[in-house]
Design a protein around this ligand. Structure first.
Ligand code: UT7
Length: 329
């Protein structure tokens, strides 16, 4: 019997209906479509509107689609893992809420926070459950409602983010396809370059923390950009090298969608052409943990059995990582 290899067997996703365009942002802050497009590649993003609607609302829709597309009985799901930095509450976890709402009554569930690298972190965690031999069907979802922590008066950051959720079903396989290799890294050198400072145990919420804007996303964009290019391109190149892959062997790069210039730099380093790069930043902006599965969701029809994919991400922390997988359907 061959080794158990975790494979992706289905993809599900959801983005809210409301489209926030660059033109609408021009009305809100001192910015313009040309700056946003050339500096980031973003044209529009989706926003979850409505009172009391959290990240779980989107993740439930993605999970239900996943179950429906794959014809899976929710009772057969062994684990629901959700990568998010915008959970509905500190506790219970978003995964707990989502699993119950989707009818996954036999599943363990927990959230993972690794910011923009969260989906790769969670997928590798789910993969290890499958490799153990004790778990057969795991849903891994990346979901973030970034609009909930975005300051729409700060032009440096409010143009970047959108809301969305998407995920995959992983199962064991013995045919050699599936997740082949993963590299995950972290370094808290980024602690004060990109963060949400308030609300945790260091700065619990007070009137002062609210007045000081500590509950909103903050980043030093230029500094983060430099680390992002070096780390994301570096880790993608490293996983290719150790698996003896050249640009021509790759069907698609599936990159975190933070900035088109970071994506281009990664593709250049990997020596893959633009036609092999999954890109939807122009439509969704940066949805943090959801960007990579939303790419898989958008490009699912184009993928063929045996295709070599490289996933790569970089984000807050810092965290970064890459994954090499062979598409299974
Ligand atoms: O996803 C997790 C990890 N995050 C990332 O990977 C993001 C990495 N960083 C970036 O993508 C880029 O740094 C940004 C897109 C955030 C910013 O682009 P940039 O080329 O680094 O611009 P900048 O922050 O250096 O700003 C350049 C100029 C500044 O004006 P001055 O000081 O040169 O006069 C800004 O004030 O552009 C100005 N600016 C804007 N102008 C129009 C900043 N934001 C805007 C805006 N519209 N929205």
């Amino acid at each position: 019997m061959g080794a158990i290899v975790p494979v992706i067997t289905a993809v599900g996703g959801y983005v809210p209906d409301y489209v926030l365009t660059n033109q609408e942002l021009e009305e809100m802050v001192e910015t313009n479509d040309e700056w946003i497009t050339t500096r980031t590649g973003i044209k529009e993003r989706r926003i979850l509107k409505g009172e009391k609607l959290g990240t779980s609302v989107m993740a439930v829709k993605a999970l239900k689609q996943l179950l429906e597309k794959s014809g899976t009985d929710p009772k057969d799901i062994d684990a629901v893992l959700i990568a998010t930095i915008t959970p509905d509450y500190f506790f219970p976890t978003t995964a707990n809420l989502v699993a119950t709402e989707a009818g996954c009554v036999n599943a363990l569930s927990f959230d993972m926070a690794a910011a923009c690298s969260g989906f790769i972190y969670a997928l590798e965690t789910g993969a290890n459950y499958i490799r153990s031999g004790n778990y057969k069907k795991i849903a891994v979802i990346g979901a973030d409602k970034m609009s909930g922590i975005t300051n729409y008066k700060d032009r440096n950051s409010c143009i970047l983010f959108g809301d969305g959720a998407a995920g995959v079903l992983i199962e064991p396989s013995e045919d050699g396809l599936g997740i082949q290799d993963t590299i995950l890294r972290s370094d808290a050198v980024g602690k004060e370059l990109i963060y949400l400072k308030g609300g945790g145990s260091v700065n619990p919420p007070t009137h002062e923390t609210i007045d000081a804007g500590l509950h909103n996303f903050y980043q030093d964009g230029k500094s983060v950009f430099k680390y992002a290019v070096t780390s994301m391109a570096g880790v993608a190149a490293e996983i290719m090298k150790r698996n003896h892959l050249k640009g021509e062997d790759i069907a698609y790069l599936v990159p975190h969608q933070a900035n088109k210039r970071i994506i281009d730099a990664t593709a250049n380093r990997m020596e893959v052409g633009p036609e092999k790069v999954m890109l939807n930043i122009q439509r969704y902006g940066n949805t943090t943990a959801a960007t990579i599965p939303l790419c898989l969701w958008d490009y699912e029809d184009k993928l063929k059995k045996g295709d070599n994919l490289i996933l790569a991400a970089f984000g807050g922390g810092f965290t970064w990582g890459s994954m090499y997988l062979r598409w299974a359907y």
